[in-house]
Design a binder for this molecule. Sequence first.
Ligand code: ATR
Length: 278
Amino acid sequence: MTTSRKACVIGWPIGHSRSPLIQNYWLKKYGIDGEYTKREVAPDALADFVGSLRANGFAGINVTIPHKQAVLKLSKPDERAEAVGAANTLWYEGDTLCSTNTDVEGFLNNLDAGVPGWSRNLENVVVLGAGGAARAVVHALIGRKAAHIHVVNRTRKSADDLAARFGKAVTADNWDALSTLLARASLLVNASSAGMKKQGALDVDLNSANPSLTIAELVYDPRDTALLKAARARGLRAVDGVGMLMHQAVGGFERWFGRRPEVTSELRALVEADLAAA
Ligand code: ATR
């Protein structure tokens, strides 16, 4: 009998995923007998695939676009996945297929590692974007007791919906309020996909920014987005999307392969080289 453990990432399409690179790096580093692959699973095949994970030898999976919402009904979501309305990591506890959203801890742990003390004073925070990533960020920030979370999004209606979902600490604001908001904010998070390769650039002017503003970028391709370059030019503290990408991968590895892996500079170099080669 083999003791080898298997996991994979599913999506539709799946070509872009860096999860195999990260997970297989850790398997090799820790000498664990396991494999992590990627599978393209169409929406109409999702329920069958998830329903037969164990029969097919999988200890669990990562889930990416467009399946993050649909897997909630196919598993037992924890409080995080419920609150965010999306799961990206599934694993078994006994016979129960559980799910969580590791973007929440990925976001927090990346900031804790890169900007120690960042959450000491979260009186005013600005979050750009109102999709799934923004929901994970807002949930994480509420957990760190952010007093006022201002959600600014290209489509105002989505920001209003997000604010209504999370209660009174969260308000929706317009793009033209940004410079006023940034003058008193201690944290700006880009949780929109603006700034990604092949997307429009993110139009944020940091001229009015509070000198103690910290910036958290979630976009990782390119690594050095226009927002990060502008932040550095002003001497602001910042963390990049590569950091969050690595940190969000930790929870799955730990659950499937039984060891909490480390986010190292060697792993970062590997991911950055892969991004640069793409
Ligand atoms: P994710 O799961 O990564 O959050 P998503 O749910 O598709 O992805 O959400 C993408 C977010 O990026 C949305 O808030 C989107 O704004 P809209 O609600 O107006 O679509 C935002 N976004 C995408 N491209 C953008 C751009 N060029 N400028 C500003 N915001 C953008």
